[in-house]
Design a protein around this ligand. Structure first.
Ligand code: GLU
Length: 409
């Protein structure tokens, strides 16, 4: 439709034309719309814990409002929050940072965006292992860089191998992205695996690492989480270790992400934030301070609850004909293989040609919202976010099986 009064010329930038809207956000929006219109939908689309933000964190926010902490703060985080982040990095990751090495943003997304904006020149390359979180490549493109996709496979549990990494490094490589446990696969790198990637990186001083540790606390079966700046201290001078309170503390809506890195990068990121959003919400910062300083025991209890759901979902998916699903070490996602289903027909005769069409069919037929594998850079898969109640997972698995069983060649 032509909008009245809007110039019908090439107004939107070429770069914006090159990127897609976030698939995870688009699907959450679509699910909300369908639910509003009275459709019975189980959403296993967006990655967001179903737990509530713990009470002591909410109380800290209420106190901050009552005390009048409602003004601008230092652009990249209050001193108190930065100190709490330094203590967290020491406690959980054995990393020593000073407050001047810390930056706080409106969610992990802004941390990544600031880091890329601060470092990429036109055509600089960023190595992104696939399957990847939907926003990584488009963020690189928006900042003028070239995403270099390192496709992985189930044979390596969707993990990047040192050989593959080395084959993709060029003089233009600025960053390697590592996300462990991974969104969307849930797979996580062991200490030895991180060490073997680090061994390659030590040979290429031009390459920095963005370690996205947002799912650090959601790990199962005694798996030991490792972050690269700790595993290989010689790399610490070129690692951005990022995290946030969204997933661990069920604070997605509060929008607080943070990172620790060399001061030169932190200063550049602050400059960018000072020209865009200024400080993250002052109330959210007070809440995040309380989250990081307060009781941490419930993190384990919550991880145990996620483990039960993972066990259930993986078992049920593997019972479906032509679906196979790895048993990942963490996160709250699974990334089942659906390639055996592609080419089958629905009862109305429509051929399911790819994972996108399968997810559309499952939304329509079963009322289950999932995210298609292509959005994460790997065809023939889909992502289930199992951060939902056990009751909805039981119902969802039944419905998925029933709808898939109806498909025939
Ligand atoms: N990271 C979550 C997901 O993958 C939240 C949505 C987003 O920002 O992409 O679903």
């Amino acid at each position: 439709m032509i909008e009245k009064g809007v110039l019908q010329i090439a107004f939107i930038s070429k770069t914006t034309g090159q990127i897609k809207p976030s698939a995870t956000i688009a699907l959450s929006t679509r699910t909300a719309e369908l639910k509003k219109n009275g459709k019975d939908i189980i959403s296993l689309g967006a990655g967001e814990p179903d737990f509530d933000t713990p009470d002591h964190i909410k109380q800290a926010a209420i106190k901050a409002i009552e005390e009048g902490q409602t003004k601008y703060t230092v652009v990249d985080g209050t001193y108190e929050l930065k100190q709490a982040i330094c203590a967290k990095f020491k406690r959980d990751n054995n990393l020593d940072f000073l407050p001047e090495n810390i930056t706080v943003s409106n969610g992990g997304k802004q941390i990544i965006f600031n880091a890329l904006m601060a470092t990429l020149d036109q055509g600089d390359e960023v190595i992104i292992p696939a399957p990847y979180w939907v926003s990584y490549p488009d963020m690189v493109t928006l900042c003028g860089g070239s995403p270099i996709i390192a496709e992985t496979s189930e044979d390596t549990n969707f993990k990047l191998t040192p050989e593959k990494l080395e084959s993709l490094i060029t003089p233009r490589t600025k960053w390697l992205f590592l996300n462990s446990p991974s969104n969307p696969s849930g797979c996580a790198y062991s200490y030895d695996e991180i060490k073997s990637l680090a061994k390659i990186l030590l040979k290429y001083p031009n390459v920095w690492v963005l370690s996205d540790d947002i799912y650090e606390h959601i790990i199962f079966d005694d798996f030991k989480f490792t972050t690269i700046a700790d595993a290989e201290p010689e790399l610490k001078g070129r690692v951005l270790t990022m995290n946030g309170v969204s997933k661990a503390y069920a604070m997605t809506g509060w929008r607080i992400g943070y990172a620790g890195a060399p001061k030169i990068l932190i200063d550049a990121m602050r400059k960018i934030q000072s020209q865009s959003t200024s400080n993250p919400c002052s109330i959210s910062q007070a809440a995040a301070t309380s989250a990081l300083k307060g009781d941490q025991k419930f993190l384990k209890t919550r991880a145990e609850s996620f483990k039960k759901r993972r066990d259930y979902v993986v078992q049920k998916l593997n019972e479906i004909e032509d679906i196979s699903c790895l048993n990942p070490e963490g996160g709250f996602y699974v990334f089942p293989n659906c390639s055996g289903i592609l080419g089958k027909k629905t009862q109305s005769g429509q051929i399911i040609k790819n994972d996108l069409e399968l997810c559309e069919y499952l939304l329509e037929d079963a009322g289950i919202c999932l995210v298609y594998g292509q959005a994460f850079g790997l065809k023939g898969y889909f992502r289930i976010s199992y951060a939902s109640s056990m009751g909805s997972l039981i119902m969802a698995c039944e419905k998925i099986k029933k709808s898939i069983d109806k498909l025939e060649f």
